[in-house]
Design a protein around this ligand. Sequence first.
Ligand code: 5RP
Length: 230
Amino acid sequence: MSEDLKRKAAEAAMGEVRSGMRIGLGTGSTAKHFVDLLGAEVAKGFECLCVPTSEVTAAQAKSLSIPLTTLEEIDSLDVTIDGADEIDAQFRLIKGGGGALLREKIVAAASAKMVVIADESKLVETLGAYPLPIEINLFGQAATERAILQVMNAHGAQGGKTLRRKADGEPYFTDGGHLIIDASFGRISDAEAISRALLDIPGVVQHGLFIGLCSEAYLATASGTLKLSD
Ligand code: 5RP
């Protein structure tokens, strides 16, 4: 997705925020544009209190003097603006390409509304072409991976699974100190059942299927930005 389209989606989502709001800040290259735009408004006097969904986003927000808080200090947010790896017509998402899925889901669940910003290529008929990120505990990694494979086989996964690694080949660790397994389902025909089955595995901390959390999306296209709402 071009930076221009990411920026356009982020600009459109600025219409969702009002001074005085409590805002969840997403993670990823599209959310980064939104945080930049919000920072520019804060510099002009826009008031907000924000909860970042990753250490990277927190650092960006701090550098822009965006006031930050935590879900210990406040109990809910007005809106969360975040990117997505895939979104379907029922506003179900695959997230976690940037590794922040756990905090992203916690923050989205604490928000009155979650708005996705993306380009139109993220809109899919069926979820699953993008490998599903699954955050797992380090303890019992092999047992957890075997159990994930069983879920994948039971749900007709067309591909395998890989442990996410950094560019230097070392395992990637999330902000919470967990590993990520990227599971290539190919086609997710029953997202709700897969979600439940994965969460039933003791070593699974969370997965990147977001169901019932997002209700609106701004999808940028070369000819304009589409607003989708349920
Ligand atoms: C991070 C995410 C991102 O929102 C998702 O990967 C989309 O990222 P980008 O805007 O860079 O395409 O879920 O965990």
